[in-house]
Every structure is written in structure tokens, then in C-alpha cells.
Design a protein around this ligand. Structure first.
Ligand code: F0G
Length: 420
């Protein structure tokens, strides 16, 4: 049995549901569901218990909604580095900047945190088929975890808009990859309908169990900072699941009495796909969706984020905000991070750095604040964008002279003069 009692709860009307049924949204009001725990059933020395285990998603198993932990479908997810960025800090004028490198996860993105829990849940529920719509990373991750579990995987992706590396991942893991002539939002609408009427388990971030896995990044950040809680968390936003999951993690730490602080949640969207940033700026009560989202950061090319309500709540409760950045700012931030810190991330990840730079310049992020940016995916997933923008390697004859001539043309001259 699980160590803790939990149930599913509608975030709008509060209706409760048995967590051992296949359900994604409230059957009374269609609201989003959230996993809620009865904390009083938890052991008192939780923090000590956690510290004895290695840093990973499953270190926090008492707060994961899984019946039998022995049955977990795992590839060794979580436990990613929290890198202090001294050179980047200096460049942009901050003193306490860290990045959480989620590209270190088994399939190269933060999605693995959610999939280890989501696919374990699928198996627990007796499902033999799983599916998702994806801009790339979700499909790569689901395909890998489904392979690990020995179950069938179906992924719907927007044709021509998924980075090459991610597509190859889904294919090699044996998923049935279906490209639709449409965007991510349309793919999600279709797969939701199919999963509703067929015995196929939906593993988009609408699935509340997946977000439980993703919240563990918040727990890890607190542990890696020796109990300190950042002033600000900066995270790229697409379907808006991750920002909601991270906030849930920080709220639970506070509810458990493990901290009395909470960070401000700062979401970053790409200019051409910024429904939440735009709607919050206009003070709209509901998020107005974008019909034809477009950005170089294909991972967050999303116009109708399903988790907008959770995300807006996270931002409001934490007194945070959602900002948008241009494609040029994203690509510049990607290069800066690679060249100042040695970290190669995909464009969507770099959106958090671009947002950080913009908000620091605007004075929204203060010099002395403790800031953690979430780097969501590895750069190797989307190499084409680099090859299109950066200088190509120089080709020369296979001789020492030819190479020296490229490395230090003046020096070669000097050697010649000295020897002549
Ligand atoms: N960064 C990367 C690298 C992503 O792949 C995604 C989402 C996000 C940020 C945004 O996270 O959706 O929780 O707000 N990718 C999804 C996918 C949509 O299908 O791979 P979010």
C-alpha cells in the first residue's frame, strides 16, 4: 500500500474521485484534477528519510500517488544538477543565479519526471496502451517509458514542427508515430477524444499523476540549496503543466512545515505563442487562446494551454508573472548559456534565460535575489537550428601547416621569420 492517503480533486468544484479510476477531468464540471494528500498520515521524520536516499524523483515516494513502489517504471530520472552560474550572473548583473539542468534526465528533458510516475500509474491501472500529443519531448519520453514497461505507445505530433532529435527518439523506442497536418493543440484535441472512447491511457500533462512526478524538481531544488527556497523560479511555459507542478511542489513543502517560504513563479512564453502572458497583461479573466502559434522554440509552440487555470493560479498565488520573449532573444540566450556556462539547451529551455535577462534589465528581478531557472531540455534534441545560425567548420588540407594557419595565422608568420 502507499504510505499516504490520496485522492483526486477538481480544482474548480472540489468534487473528489477515487485515484484508482481512469479519469482526466472532473465529470461534474470538466475542471482540471489535482492529486491531494492527507498529510497527517505521513511519518514525522520525512525530511530525514528523504536525506538517506539518493537525489531522484523516487526519493520523495511518500508524496507520489503510487500504490506499490516496487512496481515503478523507472529509467533513473531526476537528481539533475543545480549549477551555480558565475559567469552568466556577472554578465547579466545577478549575484545568486542557479540553473536546474533537466536535460540530464534519461531522455533529455524534464518530461521523464512525469512519465516515470504516469507510466507506473498506467500499468497499475491495468492499461496496455498509452498515448499523447506532443511538440516532441513528451512523445520521446512516453515512448521510452512505454518501452521500459512493455506496453504500446501512440504519439500524435504536428507535422514538420517537431525537432529532429525528438522524432528519432520516439521512433527508435518503437512508438506508433502519427504526424497530423495541424498544430499541437489540434493533436491534443484528437488524442483526448480517442482516449476518452478507447482503452488507451492519456499521458499529456492534463493527467494529474504526471504532474506529481514533475513537482519533485521543486523538492530537489530545496534539498540542493540546503533548505533555502529561491526568491524566484523562472520556467518556460507551453501547455503550462510544469509551472503548475513546480508550484504544487513548493506549496506542499510549506504545508508539510519543511519551509515557511515560497518562490515567485515566473513563466516565460515565446512571443508568437504567448496566450497566458498576453491575457494576464490585459487582465482578462480567462486566457484567450492563440489560433496559429509560431516560434522557433517548437517545444512551446502552443496556443491553447490546457493547464492555463492551474498556471494562472500558481502565478497569482505566488505573486509571480508571465513574460514573453522574442525568437531572437531566445536564440541569443541559448548561445550565451552555451558559451558562458557550457550548457547546451534547446530553444524552449533558453526561453527561461531570455526571460531572466529581460526581467533583470527591467528591474523585476533584483540583483541580490536567489533565482533558479529551469532548463527543460537538452540542446542535442534540436541541432538543426544551430547549424542554420552558427558558422560552419573550416575545411583545410590534412597538414599541420594548414591547421596552424587557421589557428594562429600571425604566429605561423613569426615562426617562418624566426627560422629564415
Ligand atoms: N520546455 C520544453 C523543452 C518542453 O518540451 C516543454 C513542453 C516545455 C518547456 C513547456 O512545458 O508544457 O509543461 O508548460 N513540451 C510538451 C511536449 C508540450 O509535448 O513535449 P509545459
Amino acid at each position: 500500500m502507499a504510505d499516504v492517503d490520496f485522492h483526486l480533486e477538481c480544482i474548480d468544484c472540489g468534487a473528489r474521485y477515487d485515484p484508482n479510476q481512469v479519469i482526466y477531468t472532473c465529470s461534474r464540471c470538466s475542471g482540471l484534477l489535482s492529486v491531494e494528500y492527507n498529510f497527517s498520515s505521513l511519518p514525522e521524520d520525512l525530511d530525514q528519510t528523504w536525506k538517506k536516499r539518493t537525489l531522484s524523483v523516487w526519493r520523495y515516494r511518500e508524496l507520489l500517488p503510487i500504490g506499490r513502489i516496487e512496481n515503478k517504471v523507472s529509467l533513473g530520472e531526476g537528481g539533475t544538477s543545480l549549477n551555480e552560474c558565475l559567469r552568466l550572473s556577472e554578465e547579466i548583473g545577478l549575484k545568486n543565479l542557479y540553473v536546474k539542468n533537466e536535460g540530464e534526465n534519461p531522455t533529455g528533458s524534464f518530461k521523464d519526471r512525469g512519465m516515470t510516475v504516469g507510466v507506473t500509474k498506467a500499468v497499475e491501472l491495468g492499461m496496455t496502451k498509452v498515448a499523447c500529443a506532443s511538440t516532441g519531448n513528451t512523445s520521446a519520453s512516453l515512448a521510452a517509458y512505454a518501452a521500459r514497461a512493455g506496453i504500446e505507445c501512440i504519439v500524435l505530433i504536428p507535422s514538420g514542427k517537431v525537432a529532429f532529435g525528438k522524432l528519432t527518439q520516439a521512433i527508435i523506442h518503437g512508438a506508433k508515430v502519427i504526424q497530423i497536418r495541424g498544430n499541437f493543440d489540434e493533436a491534443l484535441r484528437i488524442v483526448r477524444k480517442i482516449c476518452h472512447s478507447h482503452p488507451i491511457y492519456l499521458l499529456n500533462s492534463l493527467n494529474p499523476f504526471r504532474l506529481e512526478g514533475q513537482k519533485t524538481a521543486a523538492f530537489e531544488i530545496r534539498d540542493q540549496l540546503d533548505g533555502r527556497i529561491p526568491n524566484k523560479i523562472v520556467v518556460p511555459v507551453g501547455n503550462a503543466g510544469n509551472i503548475s507542478a513546480l508550484w504544487k511542489g513548493f506549496v506542499e513543502l510549506r504545508e508539510l512545515g519543511l519551509t515557511d517560504k515560497a518562490p515567485q513563479m515566473i513563466g516565460i512564453q515565446a512571443e508568437g505563442a504567448a496566450p497566458i502572458a498576453d491575457s494576464l497583461k490585459k487582465k482578462l479573466r480567462r486566457v484567450r487562446f492563440v489560433d496559429n502559434p509560431e516560434t522557433v522554440a517548437t517545444a512551446i509552440r502552443i496556443g491553447s494551454p490546457v493547464n492555463w487555470k492551474k498556471a494562472v493560479r500558481a502565478v497569482k498565488e505566488s505573486q509571480g508573472l508571465v513574460e514573453k520573449v522574442s525568437d531572437a532573444e531566445i536564440l541569443e540566450a541559448q548561445k550565451l548559456l552555451a558559451q558562458q556556462e557550457g550548457l547546451f539547451v534547446e530553444p524552449a529551455s533558453a526561453a527561461s534565460i531570455a526571460g531572466l535577462i529581460k526581467l533583470t534589465r527591467m528591474g523585476v528581478i533584483g540583483k541580490d535575489e536567489l533565482v533558479v531557472c529551469i532548463l527543460t531540455g537538452h540542446g542535442l534534441k534540436d541541432p538543426n537550428i544551430i547549424l542554420r545560425r552558427c558558422p560552419r567548420p573550416i575545411e583545410v588540407e590534412a597538414s599541420e601547416d594548414a591547421v596552424i594557419n587557421v589557428i594562429m595565422p600571425e604566429e605561423k608568420q613569426a615562426v617562418k621569420i624566426a627560422g629564415s
